[in-house]
Write a protein that binds this ligand. Structure first.
Ligand SMILES: C[S@@+](CC[C@H](N)C(=O)[O-])C[C@H]1O[C@@H](n2cnc3c(N)ncnc32)[C@H](O)[C@@H]1O
Length: 203
């Protein structure tokens, strides 16, 4: 989907994402994937700041990036209310660049579904993340169940038109394509939900 259209779509969805901050299904997955993070953290596609409640705020500085001004406004409120040390950048993640080794950890939750080139975004994590740091992903994508994956592929065009995000992306394939080193994968809901703990490849 064209960038400006997608930004408008996400601007309009901000109330839904605010309500979803306390989603009881997502909360344990968010807590699990963010466990133990300290130092400088980059969160791409930060949205309404749904993860802020789950960081260890004593020891963290978050750089949150999103191209939706409405999402970022909401993320600012969430960061202030959770007292998380946060800098927010209104940027397109796909055009973004940082110096090598800028971050201890990089987090993406439910954002790989939206990018035009998700493997390209992931590949940049190898440069931005310190070698002794980690890449943490909580994403939805293609199921391992044949019937479900066929259905996901069939509905993807309409799903994208309505929500702005793709439902048929093979997240592990994208991670592999980006040359990111996977340490652990947990999957839920017929493998539609992916929790991935990974490390950057040498850059
Ligand atoms: C599905 S929401 C997920 C929000 C949040 N990460 C969460 O876990 O609730 C995807 C977010 O990514 C942002 N996004 C999508 N494509 C982007 C891009 N190319 N650059 C920056 N932000 C983007 C959207 O504006 C939206 O806030």
């Amino acid at each position: 989907m064209q960038k400006n259209k997608l930004i408008k779509k996400y601007n309009k969805q901000v109330k839904m994402y605010e309500k979803n901050r306390n989603n009881p299904t997502l909360a344990p997955w968010r807590r699990e994937i963010l466990k133990g993070l300290q130092g400088k953290v980059l969160e791409v596609g930060v949205g309404a700041g749904a993860n802020f409640a789950f960081y260890d705020k004593a020891s963290i500085h978050i750089t949150g990036v999103d191209f939706s001004p409405e999402m970022l406004k909401s993320a600012r409120k969430a960061a202030d209310s959770h007292q998380v040390n946060t800098e927010l950048l209104l940027k397109n993640v796909e055009n973004l660049d940082f110096e090598s080794n800028s971050f201890d950890h990089i987090v993406s939750t439910l954002s790989l579904c939206s990018y035009q080139n998700p493997a390209g975004v992931l590949a940049k994590f190898n440069k931005w993340c310190r070698q002794d740091g980690s890449i943490r992903l909580l994403e939805h994508g293609l199921s391992s169940n044949k019937f479900l994956s066929l259905s996901q592929k069939a509905i993807d065009p309409i799903f994208t038109k309505i929500s702005g995000c793709h439902c048929d992306r093979d997240i592990l394939q994208l991670v592999k394509k980006a040359n990111i080193k996977v340490d652990r994968v947990d999957r839920y809901w017929s493998d539609i939900v992916y929790l991935i703990w990974a490390k950057p490849s040498v850059n």
